[in-house]
Design a protein around this ligand. Structure first.
Ligand SMILES: *[C@@H]1O[C@H](CO)[C@@H](O)[C@H](O)[C@H]1NC(C)=O
Ligand SMILES: *[C@@H]1O[C@H](CO)[C@@H](O)[C@H](O)[C@H]1NC(C)=O
Ligand SMILES: *[C@@H]1O[C@H](CO)[C@@H](O)[C@H](O)[C@H]1NC(C)=O
Ligand SMILES: *[C@@H]1O[C@H](CO)[C@@H](O)[C@H](O)[C@H]1NC(C)=O
Ligand SMILES: *[C@@H]1O[C@H](CO)[C@@H](O)[C@H](O)[C@H]1NC(C)=O
Ligand SMILES: *[C@@H]1O[C@H](CO)[C@@H](O)[C@H](O)[C@H]1NC(C)=O
Length: 321
């Protein structure tokens, strides 16, 4: 796409500004730093780059020296192996489509990584992949405070606004959520978002989505307060104001290949796909928390501040503790 070259050229040239003014959102600040013209289209372009990179890993050339593995790649978080792909590709019955159990949905049905590498959401505009990715751009755009959100060039988020509902059948724990947030942060860092801004975003995400049984909260504006916890496993930190009865018990998703028990059996599963859920959730969450100050692109910023990728990763991991 047209905007990509400009973004990359500027980012690689290290043109990210020194420090974000307090009266400028992360979205507006980094859009201006990278693309000069703070239009809705440019804001959406920046969100597209950050989200696509977070999902499939760094793909832009040249890159600014921070390696991003991507949410779809298996990884380690806090010494534990994490693999989110089965939530995205339909291997798990983990997508909430309104029933009593999760269903299998392939969220990589719009061409997979190839269109993402071209800075697109999908090869079409009707696939599950298309809606997941565009929802992510919109959700994070709201969360990061894009001033043109819902206006010219930047469509408003129109997906599910309760991230708890989206992720209801995923049974996600702290390492899964931690890995997801870490990849988003690394992506942002790879485009020059400063460490301070990354930390703000990380804390906001953890507050919104990472506390088990957390009370209703608003994510993407304008919304009524709804349940937002994505981390619902027993191992997730408990909210200081828990409303566990409103969530119900978490149930692990079963593989799509699992055949229902023949004799007594209802299929026991409830899994949704992470792709769908996470996309929706993160978008919403990020919008609220991050509207104000946080920014999400650390690579260039990292270079500017002389912070190494490893240091950024460590800082982020510490935030998630
Ligand atoms: C932010 O503050 C600066 C300095 O106080 C001011 O010049 C600028 O107009 C402000 N920007 C916005 C969007 O309010
Ligand atoms: C910035 O955007 C405005 C409105 O789209 C346009 O008229 C102007 O030419 C753009 N400036 C640059 C430098 O691209
Ligand atoms: C990702 O970033 C790392 C670190 O800069 C780089 O070595 C690698 O070549 C990049 N991968 C791609 C596909 O651009
Ligand atoms: C889930 O399993 C069903 C039944 O075998 C199959 O038709 C469907 O394609 C599978 N879904 C995915 C996303 O692989
Ligand atoms: C979807 O794609 C078709 C075919 O390219 C196009 O005609 C249509 O306008 C697109 N719809 C949206 C909402 O972008
Ligand atoms: C990592 O795991 C240990 C042991 O399970 C736990 O005490 C600690 O809080 C975890 N740290 C993070 C950052 O999740």
């Amino acid at each position: 796409m047209h905007f990509t070259r400009s973004v990359l050229t500027l980012a690689s040239a290290g043109l990210v500004m020194s420090q974000r003014p307090t009266n400028m959102s992360i979205c507006d600040y980094y859009t201006t730093a990278l693309l000069k013209n703070n239009t809705g289209a440019n804001q959406l372009a920046v969100l597209t780059l950050v989200v696509n990179t977070a999902v499939i890993g760094n793909y832009t050339t040249p890159n600014v020296g921070i390696k991003v593995d991507g949410i779809l790649a298996p990884g380690m978080y806090n010494g534990t192996e994490v693999n989110l792909l089965p939530y995205f590709n339909g291997d798990l019955k983990s997508t909430n489509r309104g029933g009593n159990a999760g269903v299998s949905v392939n969220f990589l049905d719009g061409g997979g990584a190839d269109p993402l590498k071209k800075n697109m959401a999908a090869n079409d505009n009707t696939s599950h992949q298309y809606f997941l990715l565009t929802h992510l751009y919109e959700f994070f755009g709201a969360l990061l405070g894009c001033s043109q959100y819902g206006m010219n060039g930047f469509p408003a988020y129109d997906g599910q606004t309760s991230m708890a509902k989206v992720h209801k059948f995923m049974d996600l724990g702290p390492n899964e959520l931690g890995y997801f947030v870490q990849q988003v942060a690394m992506s942002a860092a790879s485009f020059g978002v400063a460490k301070e801004d990354l930390e703000m975003v990380g804390m906001a995400l953890n507050q919104l989505f990472g506390l088990r049984c957390s009370p209703p909260a608003a994510a993407v504006p304008p919304t009524d307060k709804e349940l937002q916890a994505i981390c619902i496993k027993d191992t997730c930190p408990l909210s200081p104001n828990p409303v566990c009865d409103q969530y119900g018990a978490a149930v692990a998703p079963v593989p799509n290949s699992t055949t229902p028990a023949t004799s007594s059996g209802m299929p026991q599963s409830t899994s949704g796909s992470m792709t769908g859920s996470m996309t929706n959730s993160m978008t919403a969450t990020m919008t609220n928390s991050m509207t104000g100050p946080p920014s999400a692109v650390p690579t260039a910023g990292a270079a500017v501040h002389g912070v190494s990728a490893a240091a950024l990763a460590a800082a982020f991991a510490a935030l998630l503790a």
